[in-house]
Design a protein around this ligand. Structure first.
Ligand SMILES: Cc1cc2nc3c(=O)[nH]c(=O)nc-3n(C[C@H](O)[C@H](O)[C@H](O)COP(=O)(O)OP(=O)(O)OC[C@H]3O[C@@H](n4cnc5c(N)ncnc54)[C@H](O)[C@@H]3O)c2cc1C
Length: 401
């Protein structure tokens, strides 16, 4: 049965009542910070976004947008899914290959649209950041504002930045990612947990045929694999992952590229050439990390959202998608409550149980990459039981605004 909600049935934020909150400060202009800024502005709040980066640069890799994330983005900004489709690529086939480039199996991705009412879209992270930023007045985004701390009392939050500025707001949202300073101040749970795998990713304009149009590729090695994403307009993203107990960050871009090139030396010529053609300085290396789920994200007039609240392994592709759910639901809770405490209690009640299941299943999905259980069990195992991939997809993708 098709259980998806039609666009007409969704609650549009612009039609909800204006909340009691006037001034909102959001820390971080990543996908989560920008999405919640758009949502809260729709309700009539005055929103300012503070970002540590000096400018918006063409960074990040390819991102897979899944039915739940797309549903929530569309509820925040009706029509945005069409814009994203035009910027990225609608996936029609998922292709599994071996390292020699031979196809092992293909899976139609059209079932996403049929079953969940939204397709699978791949888009360049930076393009999506730009699409979201374009929905906000440029003067509400403050680059070069690294938050270094805050204080709050019964009436306001005072926020401090490295550049010496100080601002105050009625409400603050920490959307500052996996190494969140806001989380550190609220919860203080230290550094993220390294999950035993490194990632190298990039986006390049590449005119050799490596994927057919509409294909999403997964190349499976033994303790290594690569995702290949079409991002539209001739852009390809590759993400190389390697299980590695030691967390070694290469000292410079050339060394990082050489490391990947060595690893794929005996892979198919087409895959090796793709890495060889990538400018070293465009490859970003990241350790794969998560954190254990929390039971509370808020204190007083401050809360967390996205990776700051529930960072997870990318195994199920839910990092950004679950963040768009947070953005919509936080705005909805603000609109329906009569105090910040009431809004945050209802936000946590809606979001924490669901994101705990997503974080846990993402962790267990990540552990599937390990060839033996002993290697996987070096990490603290969560209490929730693992769903099958199909069960998880039905549960996750059928979640609607
Ligand atoms: C540059 C970048 C590229 C990425 N590329 C990919 C990708 O290709 N594929 C993928 O699956 N995921 C990618 N991610 C992660 C993905 O965006 C997140 O997992 C998910 O979207 C949740 O988003 P978020 O907004 O909660 O966190 P993030 O996307 O991490 O955004 C956090 C934002 O807060 C800013 N920030 C951090 N600390 C401070 C501070 N103290 N003061 C002010 N600002 C601060 C950061 O610069 C960043 O812009 C990327 C993240 C970043 C920051």
């Amino acid at each position: 049965m098709n259980t998806h909600t039609s666009a007409q049935e969704k609650i549009q934020l612009g039609k909800l009542s204006t909340p009691f909150i006037e001034k909102v400060a959001i820390i971080g202009a990543g996908l989560g910070g920008l999405a919640v800024a758009v949502a809260l502005r729709k309700l009539g709040c005055e929103v300012q976004v503070y970002e540590k980066a000096q400018d918006f640069r063409p960074v990040g890799g390819g991102l897979g947008l899944l039915p739940n994330g797309l549903n929530f983005l569309d509820a925040i900004e009706p029509g945005i899914v069409e814009t994203i489709k035009n910027s990225g690529c609608e996936v029609r086939t998922i292709v599994l290959k071996n390292t020699q480039g031979e196809t092992i199996s293909t899976n139609p991705a059209s079932r996403f649209q049929d079953k969940y009412g939204q397709p699978l879209i791949t888009v360049w992270w930076w393009h999506l950041q730009q699409i979201l930023a374009s929905k906000l007045p440029s003067e509400s985004i403050h680059l070069h504002h690294r938050c270094i701390g805050f204080e709050q009392d019964d009436h306001r939050v005072s926020i401090y930045f490295e550049n010496g500025e100080k601002v105050s707001a009625d409400f603050m949202i920490g959307a500052d990612g996996i190494n969140s300073v806001i989380r550190e101040a609220l919860i203080g749970d230290g550094k993220p947990r390294y999950l035993g795998s490194m990632s190298w990713r990039t986006v390049i304009k590449y005119n050799q045929e490596i994927l057919n149009p509409g294909e999403f590729g997964f190349v499976k090695g033994h303790k290594e694999f690569m995702y290949l994403l079409n991002l539209g307009n001739g852009y390809i993203s590759w993400v190389y992952r390697q299980l590695s107990a030691d967390y070694i960050i290469s000292q410079n871009a050339g060394e990082a590229k050489s490391r990947v090139l060595n690893q794929v030396a005996d892979w198919a010529e087409s895959l090796h050439s793709l890495v060889a053609a990538t400018p070293a300085e465009q490859i970003s290396q990241t350790p794969i990390c998560d954190r254990l789920p929390l039971n509370s994200w808020s204190q007083g007039r401050v809360t967390l959202l996205g990776d700051a609240a529930h960072p997870m392994s990318p195994a199920l592709g839910q990092g950004a998608n679950s963040t768009f759910e947070d953005a919509y639901e936080l705005a909805l809770c603000c609109s329906q409550a009569s105090s910040i405490q009431e809004a945050l209690a209802s936000y946590e009640q809606r979001r924490i149980p669901r994101t705990q299941v997503i974080q846990t299943n993402s962790f267990l999905g990540e552990m599937r990459y390990y060839p033996t259980e002993t290697e996987a069990s070096n990490h603290q195992m969560p209490e929730h039981s693992q769903m099958s991939r199909e069960e998880f997809q039905d549960w996750a993708f059928n979640y609607n605004p």
